[in-house]
Design a protein around this ligand. Structure first.
Ligand code: FMN
Length: 173
């Protein structure tokens, strides 16, 4: 699939078949995520692949809008390491979330390129889901759950949007 075509045809998929996702496909899409840009090239991310049905069922309790994970073959939890990200504690900023967003976008686009379906479900910046996921998965305090990416073979073909291109949002100087 041409990159431009992939960018324009990717849609969030929330219904999946029972077909398992091949391990090599999981590794390939995570590889694409790891090629995302990051501030100062810190690559502060990690990826937790969750295939355990009992854990997948628990997502409805920690982030209600990700409850469809219970019917998916897997979730890839994109996490950020607060200690590794380029940040300035004294000034109160960190690039962690931005880096993890770039990785998440690569991940869902790579899934699309492989014919898989995926949906980015938010964790960060919602404080309650972050804490609930950390507790559910026993994550250390420096590991921040960033996004819950639900992945599988698509059992739906979401409608493509009419036209998102809006020239009025482009300004030239
Ligand atoms: C930061 C972020 C958080 C999101 N959280 C959820 C979510 O919790 N549950 C869900 O079903 N979709 C979630 N989505 C997917 C959006 O609803 C979806 O991207 C949007 O409706 C546009 O549709 P498209 O992805 O098919 O273009 C999220 C997307 C982003 C970028």
């Amino acid at each position: 699939m041409d990159l431009m075509e992939g960018l324009l045809t990717r849609r969030s998929v929330r219904k999946f078949t029972d077909e398992p996702v091949a391990k090599q496909d999981i590794l390939d899409i995570i590889k694409a995520a790891q090629y995302a840009p990051s501030a100062h090239n810190t690559q502060p991310w990690s990826f937790l692949v969750i295939e355990n049905k009992e854990i997948l069922k628990q997502f409805r309790h920690v982030q209600r809008s990700a409850s469809f994970a219970e019917n998916a073959p897997l979730v890839i939890l994109v996490c950020g390491d607060t200690e590794k990200a380029f940040h300035r504690e004294k000034e109160g900023w960190s690039y962690l979330d931005i880096d993890c967003a770039a990785a998440t976008q690569n991940l869902i686009l790579a899934a699309h390129a492989k014919g898989l379906g995926a949906c980015w479900c938010g964790a960060t910046p919602m404080t309650k889901p972050i804490e609930a996921i950390r507790e559910m998965l026993h994550l250390p305090q420096n590991i921040q759950p960033f996004s819950i990416v639900v992945v599988g073979h698509p059992a739906e073909t979401p409608k493509q949007p009419e036209n998102r291109f809006d020239e009025s949002k482009i300004h030239w100087a």
